[in-house]
Ligand binder design. Structure first.
Ligand code: APR
Length: 249
């Protein structure tokens, strides 16, 4: 039975830091990645922010500043183009806090780990769009309190964003594609299993096999800027329900 392009009605795509690597943004766990140069416990937990907010602001300010010097790559563009032309349900879930999917034009997009270009007030909970540095003296534009702003980022130990919408989409998707993620961090690392339970075909597009690689039906390895345009412009059109999982070099 072929599940040709026209037969797929619902797609969920998950991306991680690897899709932004060729735009020049660091990943977390590759050599010289963000977690090689910073300790999660010092910059990416609520306890770290309570202990040393200035250090946490410094870490996210540097990453926010970098956004003005990078642009979306062919992988981001290919996903946005596919979404524009796809008549079914398409949800892009990203673990990334950069704005490259947004700038590429992706619409139905959830930043499950938050966004560098947003702040959150611990006094009034207001979320504001920002593109400047945050400091321990920054003033909330809503309640005018000083020193109550944090990056609108989901830290370790906090609940990711959009989870109800994500699980609803996974429960009815027919195709799940994981791009540029090591599969190290839950709940994102478990999304492909939710999709499998729903009967979806699961695909991994990555530089090298992730921690969850063997669970995927189809696996392609290489740079996202080659794999993603290729997969979304050709393979999806001719996609057939594979009888046996196939691994591509
Ligand atoms: N093309 C495709 N994949 C790539 C490329 C590339 N050019 N470069 C790197 N990769 C792959 C790596 O092989 C790796 O599997 O991207 C993945 C990046 O893995 P991580 O650095 O662990 O990043 P990610 O999976 O997004 O981390 C998930 O962990 O620390 C938290 O909140 C953080 O959102 C992050 C989460």
């Amino acid at each position: 039975m072929t599940m040709g392009f026209s037969r797929i009605r619902s797609i969920v795509v998950l991306t991680g830091a690897g899709i932004s690597a060729e735009s020049g943004l660091s990943t977390f766990r590759l050599k010289d990645g963000l977690w090689d140069n910073h300790s999660v416990e010092d910059v990416a937990t609520p306890e770290a922010f309570l202990r040393n907010p200035a250090l946490v602001h410094e870490f996210y300010n540097a990453r926010r500043q970098q956004l003005s010097s990078v642009v979306p790559n062919a992988a981001h563009e290919a996903l946005a183009k596919f979404e524009r032309n796809f008549s079914g349900d398409f949800l892009l879930v990203t673990q990334n806090v950069d704005d490259l999917h947004d700038r590429a034009g992706s619409e139905n997009l959830i930043h499950m780990h938050g966004e560098l270009l947003a702040s959150r007030c611990s006094n009034c909970a207001a979320i504001a769009r920002i593109n400047h540095d945050l400091t321990t003296n920054s003033v909330c534009s809503n309640c005018q309190c000083a020193g109550t702003l944090r990056p609108d980022i989901v830290w370790f130990g906090e609940i990711p964003m959009g989870m109800e919408q994500i699980y609803t989409a996974l429960a009815k998707c027919e195709l799940f594609v994981s791009i540029g993620t090591s599969g190290n961090v839950y709940p994102a690392a478990g999304f492909f299993q939710e999709a499998k339970i729903a009967g979806a075909l699961t695909v991994e597009l990555n530089l090298d096999p992730s921690e969850r690689a063997t669970g995927f039906d189809i696996r392609h390895y290489g740079p996202a800027t080659r794999l993603v345009p290729e997969f979304f412009s050709t393979a999806v059109r001719g996609l057939s329900t594979v009888d046996t999982p196939c691994q591509y070099p």
